[in-house]
Design a protein around this ligand. Structure first.
Ligand code: KIV
Ligand code: ZN
Length: 530
């Protein structure tokens, strides 16, 4: 046994447990453009539950009908995790939240109010009025549900005495978890540890509740601040997959979990997370949120386990521990990249996908197999990354209202580039021609000819899935219309085809959002509510 494995094996039994609270579906989904469909939210909740997340914050039930429905269904389907919903500090929010979570085997209401001077000014409450509001709302939540979490939003910029006063009120009113949010990513590790330690020492009743840490990443310190808070006495870490979240995001689940696992010698805390499920859920969240993971992102980035330089490669061949502090398999990365080709059969595909962490139902496997064969016809060697892209993106829904039927694009050094596109719109095929500044612009103009809309393109991003000129391109598109933000993704060896499909995927999502919100009224936005 190496020193690394000895450390983690021997200390496992003696470690104190830290609870993992995942808020990908609430704080993560709140980030502009990361909106997920109902089915995607249920799928991600299932994966979180399966990987051992203790508490899933499933959404903000009062924010929209869609949020309410998602939280209710996640609550009804949950197997092991506590299901939590968010509510502002008012009776209507809390009642709606309880309606949504009460079907869970283990429900939790999470209610919050901004306690810092800047946040107190918004509802125009003075300190005493806010204290009364906290007492009233936490008491109300506690009368509905045994498990209540309370958060003083912007805690790290709240006056110390007032923070202690409000935390004490929430504890006395029955909150069993006190979450201390660093809402704007302002704190630093020493301060983060100190804040939790002093609260536990100072506030009467603090030793009877769990303190949680909720860090945003504006200064790139969210993971360090969360771990420091644990050193200070916090026993719940709030985090998201891939660090998804508003602005620079939240603490990344994969980072805190792997840090605790790898450095158990100096941070003797255990989590219930099956770390081999990390890569799979990271890829799914990247796909459904439309937020690709940066290549050099810790733990889940494409390059996190890649070794390019000669010295590194030589060292790795002699002893992997020279340059790796954890094994790729620890986070669910297959160690080999056996190439599949057009002669590979369905059983080989099933087994390969299993090794990559995907156990598909028969109908899903059939769908991926058809697309795998199409790809293998065009591309000699199909790599793991190609298969992952096939599983994750580019499933053209049978019921999609907009469907691309044919696309032909003329491009070259002499412009303008020209696209001829046939699309079925609600089952009726129509053809158009359009020119543009480049093949993608011409194609998007053709889509707009057939389906005129005012949605504004906010993001257009292309990534090559593998090396080589026959690589598949994955394309992400983000669009905005009257406050609704939607994304679309697709993958294809032809970049223009992938772009067209991603664009049309986003438009199909927009149509779903329009229908859900009953016409042209934008859904309620979290930001309008705080
Ligand atoms: O960042 C924050 O303060 C929040 C609260 C709602 C807990 O997300
Ligand atoms: Zn937050």
């Amino acid at each position: 046994m190496t020193d690394q494995t000895k450390n983690s094996a021997s200390s496992q039994a003696t470690k104190e447990r830290v609870v993992i609270f995942d808020t990908t579906l609430r704080d993560g989904e709140q980030s502009p453009g990361a909106t997920m469909t109902h089915a995607e939210k249920l799928e991600i909740a299932g994966l979180l539950d399966e990987m051992g997340v203790d508490i899933i914050e499933a959404g903000f039930p009062i924010a929209s009908e869609g949020d309410f429905r998602a939280v209710s269904e996640i609550a009804a389907n949950s197997k092991n995790a506590v299901i939590c919903g968010l509510a502002r500090a008012n009776i209507k929010d809390i009642d709606r939240c309880w309606e949504a979570v009460k079907g869970a085997a283990q429900p939790r209401i999470h209610t919050f109010i901004g306690t810092s001077p800047l946040h107190r000014a918004i509802p125009n409450l003075d300190m005493d009025q806010m204290a009364d509001r906290i007492h009233e709302t936490v008491t109300h939540a506690r009368n509905l549900c045994d498990n209540v979490q309370w958060s003083p939003m912007d805690a790290t910029r709240t006056e110390w005495d007032y923070l202690c006063r409000t935390v004490e009120i929430a504890i006395k009113a029955g909150a069993s978890t006190i979450n201390i949010p660093d809402t704007v990513g302002y704190t630093a590790p020493v301060e983060s540890a100190d804040l939790i330690r002093r609260l536990i020492e100072t506030v009467p009743g603090a030793d009877e509740v769990v303190f949680a840490t909720h860090c945003h990443n504006d200064l790139g310190m969210a993971t360090a601040n969360a771990l420091a808070a644990v050193a200070g006495g916090a026993r719940q870490i709030e985090c998201t997959i891939n660090g998804l979240g508003e602005r620079a995001g939240n603490t990344a689940l994969e980072e805190v979990v792997m840090a605790l696992k790898v450095r158990g010698d100096i941070m003797p805390y255990a989590t219930g997370i099956d770390t081999t499920k990390i890569m799979n859920i990271s890829r799914r969240v990247a796909t459904v949120s439309g937020f690709p993971v940066q290549f050099n992102k810790a733990i889940v980035g494409k390059n996190a386990f890649a070794h390019e330089s000669g010295i590194h490669q030589d060292g790795m061949l002699k002893n992997a521990e020279t340059f790796e502090i954890m094994r790729p398999s620890d986070v669910g990365l297959a160690e080999t990249n056996i190439v599949m080709g057009k002669h590979s059969g369905r059983a080989a595909l099933r087994s390969k996908l299993h090794d990559l962490g995907y156990d598909l139902a028969d109908n899903q496997l059939n769908d991926v197999f058809v697309r795998f064969k199409e790809l293998a016809d065009r591309k000699k060697e199909v790599y793991d990354e190609d298969l992952i892209a096939l599983v994750n993106v580019g499933i053209d829904g049978e019921g999609d209202r907009l469907q691309i039927k044919h696309l032909r694009v003329i491009c070259g050094t002499e412009g303008p580039q020209q696209a001829t596109l046939t699309m079925a719109i609600d089952g009726v095929e129509q053809t158009t021609e359009a020119t543009g500044d480049g093949p993608v612009d011409a194609t998007f103009n053709a889509v707009r000819n057939l389906f005129p809309h005012d949605a504004r393109l906010q993001l257009y991003q292309v990534h090559a899935v593998t090396e080589g000129t026959d690589a598949q391109a994955t394309v992400s598109v983000r669009m905005e219309e009257a406050g609704r933000i939607v994304t679309g993704q697709s993958a294809d060896t032809d970049t223009v085809v992938a772009s067209a499909k991603a664009y049309v995927h986003a438009l199909n999502n927009l149509l779903i959002r329009r229908e859900k919100s009953g016409g042209d009224t934008p859904e309620v936005n979290y930001k309008d509510l705080t």
